[in-house]
Write a protein that binds this ligand. Structure first.
Ligand code: F6P
Length: 546
């Protein structure tokens, strides 16, 4: 069953939102809180270990109702059913979108082409579990009989960002194995990573769904060359494993079929960390933690699937994003985790969100006349406060920001945790309230400054405030809660894609650059010359001069 193809701008709710926007755009958040002192209770969702407070957004009850009407008019509920049931909702690639099946318990039933996929998913999970246990315990050994000490994940995009983000985020739970990630085709990055590794104790995990990605194949070839400079060719089989759906290409590369961890075409690259793409996660954190991650994601999936829109976290967050993007004209959104462990989360979500919803053609193939995917960026707080927060506070752009924080720290240093979280709370309050002229004058006057000095400084010290934020406060950074958090974003991506009437699960835009790079590489290697614009031609000439 195909997804509905409703242009959101033709809905009644859209029209109503447009006139409602005219009423609310001039209102200050302070005013909204003053008129409804219980606003925080009204606009908060408590679910499991999550407490999502979206009250510091430029909305009122009418906004929420209309956004939900919009979701209903574009038939979000119907779309959710198709998605979870495994309909071909990635129509341009003729595939189902079933990363949710990877975290579904094996006793359920999810069919693709009339076949329940869960037994097969479970088989691969068992393979991941056994392999991880053997590597971690040292039972599986390298070619000289030594246990593995280092794991090198070679992959790019979804075959890198998920595993690297999770292993960094859950470093606290890590075992003795050192994990390294080689992604970029930049040889300096590759050789820098190989430098210092011992071939006798290094295991390479080559991750590529298609096994045709230039970066990954180049890096895997270089790693194999590095390896066989020190080890016999026959040892490759013991030190290289692959994660891929392209078995033929992997065996051609020289990896035994037994050492291949398969995945399926219904797992999109940027949603694949839950599959065997997460092998390095399971190796470095242990299979139990990998499973806890899946469990958290499954629970969030169930919340998304079964909760009325009014109380549904991914639905509300997705609709808020639509509200700012399409009515306020906000172009970007900041994601600020108040945990240094989550420092790769914004980069991970950049792929998830921007590769999915950066589209300008609707589901019927027509050009779109409204805004779609938002620009995602961010860094952990408090570092971000000392870097780009100035612009969010006093710049000219409206940047809705999501703050993610944890009630409990992992090492239990309460002094640090209180300081970290004091900043977390203070920033959203400051962004909302700002500082008025009167407050600035009063503050400066208390410093015994001359009137002239006060007048001179006042305009620079005023903060307009009214900057929207959403706070996601989670009990503790555990594998399970992280799984739920990532699923929350995945489902939010889905909601927005449905509202915008686009296909979120293809990525044709990445292809053009790849095609041209292949052409230019052959030009560099074979001195063939193609027709280029004068800028590219000059740059190539400059590069080719030895
Ligand atoms: O960047 C495009 C892309 O296709 C991503 O969607 C994917 O995650 C990445 O390339 C890597 O692809 P593969 O796993 O096939 O090497």
């Amino acid at each position: 069953m195909a997804l509905p193809t409703i242009n959101p701008t033709t809905t009644k709710a859209w029209e109503a939102l447009q006139s409602h926007y005219e009423n609310i755009k001039g209102k200050h958040l302070k005013e909204l809180f003053a008129t409804h002192p219980q606003r925080a209770d009204l606009f908060t969702i408590a679910w499991e270990d999550f407490y999502v407070d979206y009250s510091k957004n430029r909305i009122d009850q009418t906004t929420k109702d209309l956004l939900i009407d919009l979701a209903k008019e574009v038939k979000l509920d119907e779309a959710i059913t198709h998605y979870f049931e495994g309909s071909i909702i990635n129509e341009t690639e003729d595939r189902a979108v079933l990363h949710t099946a990877l975290r579904t318990p094996v006793n359920k039933n999810i069919e693709v082409d009339g076949k329940n996929v869960l037994p097969e998913v479970n088989e691969v999970k068992q393979k991941i579990k056994e392999f991880s246990n053997k590597v971690i315990s040292g039972t599986l050994k390298g070619y000289t009989g030594k246990a593995f000490t280092d794991i090198v994940n070679i992959g790019i995009g979804g075959s890198d960002l998920g595993p690297v983000m999770i292993t960094e985020s859950l470093e606290y739970y890590k075992n003795h194995l050192n994990v390294h990630f080689i992604s970029n085709v930049d040889g300096d990055h590759t050789h820098q990573n190989l430098k210092g590794l011992d071939p006798e104790t290094t295991l390479f995990v080559v991750v590529s769904k298609t096994f045709s990605t230039q970066e990954t194949l180049s890096n895997a070839t270089t790693a194999r060359k590095w390896f066989t400079q020190n080890a016999p060719n026959e040892a490759v089989g013991k030190h290289f494993v692959a994660v891929s759906s392209n078995i033929a290409n992997v065996t051609k590369f020289g990896i035994d079929e037994d050492n291949i961890f398969p995945l399926w075409d219904w797992v999109g690259g940027r949603f694949s960390l839950w599959s065997a793409v997460g092998l390095s996660i399971s190796l470095s954190l242990g299979y139990d933690n990998f499973e806890a991650l899946l469990e958290g994601a499954y629970e969030m999936d169930q919340h998304f699937k079964n909760t009325p829109f009014e109380e549904n976290i991914p639905v509300i967050l997705g609709l808020l994003s639509v509200w700012y993007n399409n009515f306020f004209g906000a172009e970007s959104e900041a994601i600020i985790p108040y945990s240094q462990y989550l420092h790769r989360l914004p980069a991970y979500l950049q792929q998830g969100i921007m590769e999915s919803n950066g589209k300008s053609v609707d589901r019927k193939g027509n050009p779109i006349s409204y805004q779609t995917g938002t620009i995602i960026w961010g860094e952990p707080g408090t570092n971000a406060q000392h870097a780009f927060f100035q612009l969010i506070h006093q710049g000219t752009k409206l940047i809705p920001a999501e703050f993610i924080g944890f009630k409990h720290s992992l090492f239990g240093d309460q002094d640090h945790q209180d300081k970290l979280m004091a900043n977390f709370f203070a920033q959203t309050e400051a962004l909302m309230n700002g500082k008025t002229k009167e407050e600035v004058v009063e503050e400066l006057s208390s410093k015994n400054l001359s009137e002239a000095k006060i007048n001179q400084l006042t305009p620079f010290k005023i903060f307009e405030g009214n900057k929207p934020t959403t706070t996601v406060l989670i009990d503790k950074l555990t594998p399970k809660n992280l799984g739920a958090l990532i699923s929350m974003y995945e489902q939010r991506i889905f909601v927005q894609g449905i509202v915008w009437n686009i296909f979120s699960y293809d990525q044709w835009g990445v292809e053009l650059g790849k095609q041209l790079a292949t052409k230019i590489l052959s030009e560099i290697n074979n001195s063939e010359s193609y027709q280029h614009d004068s800028s590219t031609a000059n740059l190539l000439k400059k590069y080719l001069v030895k």
